[in-house]
Design a protein around this ligand. Structure first.
Ligand code: AMP
Length: 426
């Protein structure tokens, strides 16, 4: 391109977004609270790569799911391999368990993770192409008490983030034993109503009629409301599991609604499926979705290890969270002359070692300019270093919030700053 052509701004890819520092503070806080809560329940972080072999999702997420058929960021890398930016996290954890033989460790295994996921979907409010999930998984625990415990853990996190007005929807999607009979009935009903369905659901009627329940099209929803429901086809084991799951939810005092058409967009669920929706979020109101997947590890060639988990969308979560980031507290260095600059550098090292945030800037400023800069930045403290202070080896510390001034050595002042911090926190 010739250099005299007008320059075109390069912007972020559609459906992706920057998280700028002020907002990132909120993300950090939400992530820290999630981490804290998950660890309280014995979960530990497992970090898997963002990029995986495409077949992992074709096999795991399911070849007929919307994610795999329409939404994957898949490309061939320079080595000729088909790779995919992960659209969800569960298949990666399953791969990691099998690859590292984590199943040999004592069970249950409890993992959590936070990070970006990628789906080539139509961007809109609450739906992005790169979005972020908080994800937890438990392996090797078949007791329905754990199904309820993860729902309770999700609720605890939502409460810690000040999220109100949520609704918990639960269902059972059956298992290998009871789903085939249901599948047949459902397919018959779907094929009989085929002409009324949207083209996408016409295809689903053939390959995976369960997915019709996910369609947002009003006519399809209307038609699907007359379809048979899985709940009426559950085998004794699934019925018992669902019953106990709900009993444990009652024990935790968690209100929920049984939603017989809740099948979730993924193929691998067995038994429990649930979703937590924020009532005033509009069309994209699901903030958390999860369920059990008792066959997945085995279907990947691993051991017979049942699993359950949930994923929360951080963007949606933060759009309804009511959290406040504490104000940053830091010391601004107001120095005059080269000697004092050097002393500032030395002092800042001491204070930072004491865990105090310091800002030393290198523009030549007079004392007045220093103070107006400190005010603009919102500094809590200004450390003044002029000729007198250099001579005495004692410095002036101005408390910008309470307009008080102290004099002392670096460590004495550090004590004052930290003491105030402790007082404020306490
Ligand atoms: P799923 O993996 O589809 O069950 O999604 C779990 C959660 O991730 C949802 O409840 C949403 O909060 C969030 N989520 C899913 N897809 C998107 C997206 N495209 N943009 C933003 N958040 C999403």
């Amino acid at each position: 391109m010739s250099s005299d052509q007008p320059k075109k701004e390069i912007s972020a890819i559609k459906g992706t977004h920057d998280i700028l520092p002020e907002e990132a503070r909120l993300w950090q806080l939400a992530e820290a609270r999630a981490r804290e809560i998950f660890e309280l329940y014995g979960y530990r972080e497992l970090r898997a790569p963002v990029i995986e072999p495409t077949e992992l999702f074709e096999k795991g997420t399911g070849a007929s799911s919307d994610i795999v058929t329409k939404e994957m960021y898949t490309f061939v890398d320079k080595g000729g391999r088909s790779v995919t930016l992960r659209p969800e996290y569960t298949p990666s954890v399953v791969r990691a368990i099998i690859e590292h033989r984590l199943d040999l460790q004592s069970q249950p295994l409890r993992y959590y993770y936070m990070g970006p996921m990628f789906r080539y979907d139509r961007p809109q409010k609450g739906r992005y192409r790169q979005f972020h999930q908080i994800d937890i998984e438990v392996f090797g625990e078949k007791d329905p008490a754990v199904d309820a415990e993860i729902v309770e853990m999700a609720h605890r996190l939502l409460a810690r983030l000040g999220v109100e007005d949520v609704l918990t929807l639960v269902n059972s999607v059956g298992c290998k034993k009871c789903r085939p009979a249901y599948g047949q009935e459902l397919r018959q009903a779907a094929l009989a109503a085929r002409d009324k369905l949207c083209p996408d659901c016409q295809r689903k009627a053939e390959v995976n009629p369960l997915r019709i329940f996910d369609c947002k099209n009003e006519v399809c929803r209307q038609v699907a409301s007359g379809f048979p429901l899985i709940i009426d086809f559950l085998c004794a084991e699934c019925r018992d599991h669902f019953h106990k799951f709900r009993e444990y939810l009652d024990l935790y005092g968690i209100e929920y609604r049984v939603e017989p058409t809740l099948v979730r967009g993924l193929d691998y669920y067995t038994k429990t499926a649930f979703e937590i929706v924020a009532e005033h979020l509009g069309a994209q109101n699901a903030i958390c979705g999860g369920g059990r997947y008792d066959d997945m590890v085995r279907e990947f060639g691993g051991p017979d290890l049942c699993g359950i988990g949930f994923a929360m969308g951080l963007e949606r979560l933060l759009s309804v969270a009511r959290i406040q980031v504490p104000k940053d507290s830091f010391v601004y260095f107001a120095y005059l002359g080269d000697q004092a600059k050097k002393e500032s550098l030395r002092l800042a090292r001491v204070l930072r070692s004491e865990g105090i945030e310091c800002l030393v800037e290198f523009r030549d400023r007079g004392m007045k300019a220093h103070f107006s800069r400190a005010n603009k930045l919102g500094a809590d403290w200004v450390l003044i270093i002029g000729e007198d202070e250099l001579k005495k080896g004692k410095y002036q510390l101005k408390d910008m919030v309470n307009s008080r001034q102290f004099e002392g050595s670096a460590l004495e002042l550090a004590g004052i700053i930290k003491g105030k911090k402790i007082l404020e926190i306490g």
